[in-house]
Design a protein around this ligand. Structure first.
Ligand SMILES: Nc1nc2c(ncn2[C@@H]2O[C@H](COP(=O)(O)OP(=O)(O)O)[C@@H](O)[C@H]2O)c(=O)[nH]1
Ligand SMILES: [Mg+2]
Length: 452
């Protein structure tokens, strides 16, 4: 309990730190802080995903010790259900998806882009349960084989990915019948987990092992799942796999699986750690948000520098031309058209110089400079902007997969920023902002984290 209180206090401090140090930079880049602040605001989240009928809803009912979710062999439930407890003075109720995503007290506004079709498959249930005071649980429609977005009506993978990003703990459930056919789901999660960390947020569960005919059958399922998992994770070390089943009340466990009875309790205890897991996750999320902003600054700096290089070349030519025009323009004109009578350079050498001779060369040089500026502004810049937008992905180098994932998330943001405010960004000192972001990531956030 003490840990939970300390965790809450620390999250509050992080919120304050982000607001005080990051607000001006977010404003400068026209990015809403909502994305980085929402993960801090609600309660710990546990996400349960897996094949249909792998026993997700049964496990949730077991955790809550009441039959909240419908269960059944066929795909019974095509809804994302957020289970939480009512606030003080509130009653138990069911809130429809459209209201959930628009409620500013809840962190689900990021699901808004998935549209109306998702909202009819989303709901929030307020249930009086002591478990739900510590964290909220999200039950999900089971993964089906070979289902396209068209069949579902909405981007299922996208929603799972977004929820996985928010969740402090993810339970990935398999059963012996389909030991590892949810590669796509895993990929949706994987792209939301930062670098090499983050995988500790996933609990892998092989459920329904009581349905294996005998131990060799279980070993085969386990082996298949391990193999598939290593294909999914691309790693050779296998994460811990909880082997569990829902014990029927009063019944003794079927022969062969007695040894795994205690794993169910271990899994439940692991789920109970969600509130403290949240600390790591919340810091990761905050860092990710700030890194995204830094990446945006990096991209805009590259845009600015790229244009700067090109503009400089033209400017040099323009300056040279204006100098030539200044010194020799009137002379050239005289040779070509016979006037003016007196020219600057000749009068300087003959000693007949007077101030009025400067008027024509100065105006001509100024005209060349103005023309250069017009060329840069009206031809070079629009063309450079268009080319950059067309080849946005080659604007900056991607040294790591993590950076590429971050880029995927902010690409559209950068694109519209260049499209709408490209000119403004040429005058921003991105390196100064990047220094402040770096200091925040290297020092400020680390200092706060070390208090945990
Ligand atoms: N034998 C056995 N059946 C289970 C177990 N867990 C769930 N079931 C049954 O499997 C069916 C599907 O479970 P459900 O929780 O609805 O799966 P979901 O689609 O993942 O939510 C239901 O009929 C459950 O009673 C288990 O561990 N062992
Ligand atoms: Mg279910």
């Amino acid at each position: 309990m003490k840990d939970e209180k300390a965790a809450k206090a620390l999250i509050k401090k992080l919120d304050k730190l982000l607001r005080s140090k990051m607000t001006p930079i977010y404003k400068r880049y026209g990015v809403s802080m909502q994305d980085v602040l929402t993960p801090l605001m609600w309660k710990p989240l546990v996400l349960v995903i897996g094949n249909y009928s792998s026993g997700k809803s049964t496990f949730i009912n077991e955790l809550l010790d009441m039959p909240v979710q419908r269960t059944g062999q066929a795909p019974t439930d095509d809804c994302f259900t957020i289970l939480t407890c009512p606030a003080e003075g509130e009653n138990e109720e069911e809130v429809p998806g459209g209201t959930v995503v628009n409620d500013e007290r809840l962190p689900f506004a990021t699901l808004l882009p998935f549209g109306e079709r998702l909202f009819s498959h989303l709901r929030l249930k307020k249930i009086k349960s002591p478990v739900l005071e510590n964290f909220a649980i999200i039950d999900t429609p089971g993964m089906l084989d070979s289902v396209t977005e068209k069949d579902r009506g909405y981007d299922y993978m996208g929603v799972v990915g977004e929820l996985a990003r928010m969740a402090d703990l993810i339970i990935l459930m398999f059963d012996p019948h389909k030991a590892g056919t949810i590669k796509e789901t895993y990929q949706a999660i994987r792209s939301t987990l930062p670098g090499s960390t983050g995988e500790d947020r996933v609990l892998y569960v092989l459920n329904r092992i009581d349905e294996c005919d005998n131990v060799p059958d279980l070993v085969r399922s386990y082996g298949t799942l391990c193999w598939n998992l290593s294909q999914m994770t691309g790693r050779k070390d296998i994460p811990r796999l909880y082997l569990t089943f829902a014990a029927k009340e009063g019944d003794s466990p079927p022969q062969g699986v007695e040894s795994w009875v205690s794993e169910r309790d271990e899994l439940k205890r692991a789920v109970d750690t969600a509130p403290t897991m949240r600390i790591n996750h919340v810091f990761q999320e905050a860092e990710r948000g700030v890194r995204e902003l830094d990446l945006q600054a990096e991209a805009l700096a590259a845009f600015k520098n790229g244009f700067g290089g090109k503009a400089q070349k033209i400017l040099k030519v323009g300056l040279l031309l204006s100098l030539l025009v200044f010194w020799f323009g009137d002379l050239a004109l005289k040779l070509a058209a016979g006037f003016p009578q007196k020219t600057l350079i000749v009068s300087l050498f003959s000693g007949a110089f007077d101030d009025s001779l400067l008027v024509f060369p100065s105006l001509a040089a100024l005209l060349v400079l103005v023309l250069t500026a017009i060329v840069i502004n009206s031809f070079l810049f629009p063309r450079f902007k268009k080319n950059t937008l067309e080849e946005l992905d080659s604007l900056i180098p991607f040294e790591t997969a993590y950076k590429r994932d971050l880029w995927r998330r902010i690409r559209d943001r950068v694109s519209s920023s260049i499209e709408e405010e490209g000119y403004k960004h040429l005058w921003v000192s991105h390196s100064w902002y990047r220094k402040r972001l770096k200091r925040f990531l290297d020092k400020d956030i680390g200092r706060l984290k070390s208090k945990w």
